[in-house]
Design a protein. Structure first.
Length: 493
């Protein structure tokens, strides 16, 4: 039956809640903004509090008989060519864990691209799943990882035929997409499911000039972050299911196991409204965004010392399969300064926040929300930075390891190492020890060190020189990396 995408069940239910004059003697305790501090109301506005109601016993009745959320999820699934959709208010960090736990269990194997986000590693730690690492495709010239190839997944399945399925990250935060159709075929020839961490790809179903959407490519589950490339609120995530290789009720159970019992209706409303917006206007909005991105890329390319990475740089044999031009990734190596310095300078001098940054790149993420005014400010700031760059301090050089040096031995399972007895040792004494923590440059949030990996000098040197250059490491026990947390009795590993 055709779906009415002019409808927005959550937003409509919120409007009805207000019109009825519902009086809640339930959480949230601010009681429709009445109890919120005036200073908070002045900053946030009352609309935030008016939309913050209980999902069960507020937005819907206590038994959810109106099916508000269910109807919103059905519309979302229809919008993106999936069979089922699940809303999550705990971000894709939760959604991807639920998907992993629906494919494999404690002690079972799962093929995982080693370029996975730290949320995937957290899922391995919590579940005890045994990862079979699938190596990314390395660009040795640009010091950048692209998604693993279908051939790499094929080899991994041949070596580990008992693996329960596979997980791939696509697109990357740099806009590079994997050959999902071919990877899905590798999995399905073995009746194994494919999970796609598509956190950066919520917009992909809505324009043919964007990389292939995971559901269209044959993935069994894909996880999206509506707040990244869509117009939902932070932490809004949707994961989608199709086919019969992953049981619907199992996936729903895993999501319930991990999720909050106090979901945010504000986040539900943002996801619901975004779906309606994209079904009704998405092609026009994305066409405008893609045209704007093309002109912005051309303008930045004309700035001396700046090169905008495009499909010719990131796609082809040994690299990515498809390319999203909306993350505008700018290589500033010719300016002789790091992306860390560039990001800090842009924020200080132009009140502009970069999407991500590394030792030689800085990125400006464009979405359908951008226009000539916002991109004009961006171009002005980048031209100003290029003029000032020659007089800025060069900063320390980041010692980026060769691909072979970057990969370390997995001496213990991530779960076993993380929950093992630990000790903190001086970084100078950590070489050869087994890490008991993640160490993750953020953004983009892909761990350099995993629990259970045996630490090496090139990797530690990379992290130390990165820190000195401006890298952010939010997750180790000592973010300054004077010490590293390692397994206490790892001498015999």
């Amino acid at each position: 039956m055709p779906k009415n995408h002019h409808e927005a069940p959550v937003l409509d239910a919120l409007a009805a809640y207000r019109q009825r004059g519902e009086l809640g003697f339930t959480p949230p305790g601010h009681k429709q903004a009445r109890g919120a501090a005036p200073e908070v109301r002045a900053v946030l506005g009352d609309a935030v509090f008016l939309g913050d109601v209980l999902a069960s016993g507020g937005l819907d009745d206590r038994r959810m008989k109106s099916g508000v959320l269910q109807r919103a999820e059905v519309l979302m699934a229809d919008a993106v060519h999936a069979e089922h959709a699940f809303f999550s208010t705990c971000g894709s960090s939760l959604s991807v864990k639920a998907a992993m736990l629906s494919v494999a269990a404690h002690g079972q194997k799962l093929l995982v691209g080693r370029d996975a986000h730290k949320a995937v590693i957290s899922g391995l730690i919590l579940s005890g799943i045994r990862p079979v690492w699938v190596e990314p495709q390395w660009d040795t010239e640009r010091h950048l990882a692209h998604p693993p190839s279908p051939e790499a997944y094929e080899r991994a399945f041949e070596e580990h035929p008992d693996a329960k399925g596979a997980l791939v990250t696509s697109p990357t935060p740099y806009g590079v997409a994997a050959d999902l159709r071919a990877i899905a075929d590798v999995c399905h020839r073995r009746s194994r499911p494919l999970v796609v961490d598509e956190a950066w790809g919520a917009h992909l179903p809505f324009h043919p000039d964007l990389p292939t959407w995971a559901m269209d490519a044959g993935a069994d589950v894909c996880v999206t972050s509506i707040h990244k490339m869509g117009s939902g609120l932070e932490q809004g995530s949707v994961f989608h299911l199709q086919g019969d290789l992953i049981d619907h009720d199992t996936l729903a159970s895993r999501a319930d196991l991990l999720g909050t019992t106090s979901p945010s209706v504000l986040l539900y409303a943002g996801m619901d409204g975004w779906r309606r917006q994209m079904v009704l206007e998405g092609h026009t909005l994305m066409s405008r965004a893609l045209g704007l991105a093309a002109s912005v890329r051309e303008e930045i390319e004309s700035i001396d010392g700046m090169h905008v990475n495009d499909a010719d740089d990131f796609c082809g044999p040994g690299a990515g399969s498809e390319f999203d031009p909306l993350p505008v990734v700018i290589d500033i190596a010719d300016l002789g300064v790091s992306g860390y310095l560039a990001a800090d300078w842009l924020r200080e001098h132009h009140h502009m926040d970069a999407h991500l940054m590394d030792h030689r790149r800085v990125s400006a993420q464009l979405t359908h929300a951008d226009d000539a005014e916002t991109t004009g400010r961006l171009l002005t700031a980048l031209r100003d930075f290029a003029r000032h760059a020659p007089s800025l301090p060069r900063g320390p050089e980041v010692a980026v390891p060769a691909p072979a040096e970057l990969r370390m031995e997995q001496a213990r399972l991530p779960r076993d190492a993380y929950f093992h007895a630990t000790e903190d040792v001086a970084v100078e004494q950590a070489v050869g020890r087994v890490a008991a923590e993640m160490i993750t440059p953020y953004p983009p949030g892909i761990p350099v060190v995993l629990p259970g990996e045996r630490l090496t000098e090139p990797v530690l040197r990379y992290l130390l020189t990165g820190l000195e250059a401006g890298m952010n490491l939010p997750d180790p026990a000592d973010p300054g990396l004077r010490t590293v947390r390692v397994c206490a009795d790892d001498a015999d590993d």
